[in-house]
Design a protein around this ligand. Structure first.
Ligand code: AMP
Ligand code: MG
Length: 392
């Protein structure tokens, strides 16, 4: 059996990043991977400007109780005159600081009347002035290639004036689902059958990552049908993903089909839920076979497929955010596999969903994250445990 880290390292090693790029409007790039770094041509902010509504003054002239004539009014978006000696300039948030001024006295520390302003509290040096280039200097690289573009990154690009960004093309991922017991939601449920839940979760996980999903639906549990679906998927997509059919049962045809058309590595990963993880290639496409059990499929996706796909998309995977929390539960010695328990944070403690079965998908919907328990460890209430938030 491989450890979780070993299996992920092998998988990341096999991920060949896409190279094709496209240039899009910045606002159309949410979730995409940046292919060309963004270098700012401008200072942000472009000029020294006021962080508050108030008065721009010379420090030496603005002691407490000083009364200064108001020599100009500077709304945001206008350009000021140099500050006349012995005067104050009315200034608003975001407006450029006039030449000669070295502090802003906030409105609340003044009294204005008859074109004059009384300073109630002496200004401090450089108070409430945002310096030119304080956020970004001209020439600075603000976003490096390989960055996944989220809302904040799009804002930063826009703040430098970038209206178009060069990103990697979207990754095409074909999915199909094996199991003759599966029924599509919307259809009546005959005895002995179950609804296909993996399809809904997996397509959503891929969509949330920014992949283009090709959905081939449920495939009959025969070698011929599986082979046909696999051939089509590998022709049309960069990556083929399936759930189910990779364990040892004789109804599991995915393994045989992948081996026949390409090559397959079947890894036993020392983790619970999960364990079987299939990786292979068919033609030019990668193949990832997730377990059939819905919780296993979900957790294996997050631990392995997500890092693989991110790398494949041109991004840089980093170990997930995690922190220690006191356990709000007790647990007997874990077996020989690392466990991923569906958990929530309540009053600063990690608490578990009562049903930790790999078939109980409600645990996943309830959970805010996973508690990782090393093989062979037992946990007493209050022990620190590693909590990994699920941020999909
Ligand atoms: P398998 O890996 O094919 O042996 O499937 C393991 C378990 O997961 C079985 O109980 C299947 O019925 C269940 N399962 C497989 N695929 C799905 C699916 N798409 N939706 C819900 N349950 C599934
Ligand atoms: Mg099956």
């Amino acid at each position: 059996m491989l450890s979780v880290d070993q299996a992920r390292a092998q998988l990341l090693n096999a991920a060949r990043p896409v190279t094709e790029t496209e240039t899009l409007a910045t606002t159309d790039t949410l979730g995409r991977i940046l292919a060309e770094s963004v270098v700012s041509a401008v200072n942000v902010p472009p000029l020294d400007n006021s962080a508050m509504d108030g008065y721009a003054v010379r420090l030496a002239e603005a002691q407490a109780e000083a009364i200064l004539p108001v020599s100009q009014r500077i709304p945001a978006g206008t350009l000021p005159q140099p500050l006349a000696m012995g005067s104050a300039a009315r200034i608003f948030t975001g407006a450029p600081v006039p030449e000669g001024a070295d502090a802003i006295v906030i409105q609340e520390d003044t009294e204005a009347a008859d074109g004059q302003v009384r300073i109630l509290r002496a200004a401090k040096p450089a108070a409430h002035i945002r310096r030119a280039g304080e956020d970004i200097r001209a020439g600075q690289t603000v976003l490096v290639a390989g960055t996944r573009l989220g809302p904040a990154q799009l804002g930063v690009a826009a703040s430098t004036g970038a209206d178009r960004l060069t990103v990697y093309r979207r990754l095409k991922v074909a999915v199909f689902f094996t199991g003759d017991e599966l029924v599509q939601p919307g259809q009546p449920l005959p005895p002995g059958r179950i609804y296909n839940s993996n399809r809904a979760s997996l397509i959503a996980l891929l969509t949330a990552m920014g992949c283009e999903v090709i959905d081939l639906g449920t495939v009959t549990d025969t070698l011929a049908a599986t082979t046909t679906a696999l051939e089509q998927a590998a022709r049309e997509a960069d990556v083929v993903m399936t759930t189910g059919g990779v364990s040892v049962g004789e109804e599991d045809h995915v393994k045989a089909a992948v081996s026949q058309l390409g090559r397959l590595d079947l890894w036993k990963v020392a983790m619970k839920p999960g364990k079987p993880l299939a990786y292979g290639r068919v033609g030019t496409a990668d193949f990832i076979g997730l377990p059939g059990n819905p919780v296993s499929a979900y957790v294996v996706f997050c631990l392995f497929a997500q890092p693989f796909l991110l790398t494949r998309m041109g991004g840089r995977w980093q170990p997930p955010l995690n922190f220690n929390l006191p356990a709000g539960f007790e647990r007997k010695k874990a077996g020989d596999r690392q466990e991923y328990l569906r958990a929530r944070v309540e009053q600063g403690r990690a608490v578990l969903y009562p049903n930790q079965s790999s078939g109980a998908l409600t645990s996943m919907a309830w959970a805010e994250g996973l508690v990782e328990v090393e093989a062979g460890h037992s946990i007493a209430t209050g022990d620190p445990v590693r909590f990994i938030p699920m941020v999909m």
